[in-house]
Design a protein around this ligand. Sequence first.
Ligand code: FES
Length: 79
Amino acid sequence: MKVTVCIGSSCHLKGSKQIIDTLQALVKEHKLEDKVELCGAFCMKNCVNGVSVTVGDKLFSVKPDTANEFFETEILGKL
Ligand code: FES
């Protein structure tokens, strides 16, 4: 599963780094390193709704405080 977090300037300001850190920690905690590939990407043209995160080709808007919930439903729940 490929999870891409936008690190464009707008999303960066909204906490994309924090989201990457949270997701990385959760992936490690659940030992999913070989199942979940975390990537960064530049602006996904969805700045107003950022932080933009894609799982496969589905686009989501995640906030630093919803990153845990996002991980559980969209990553853990879809494996
Ligand atoms: S900076 Fe993330 S969608 Fe534009």
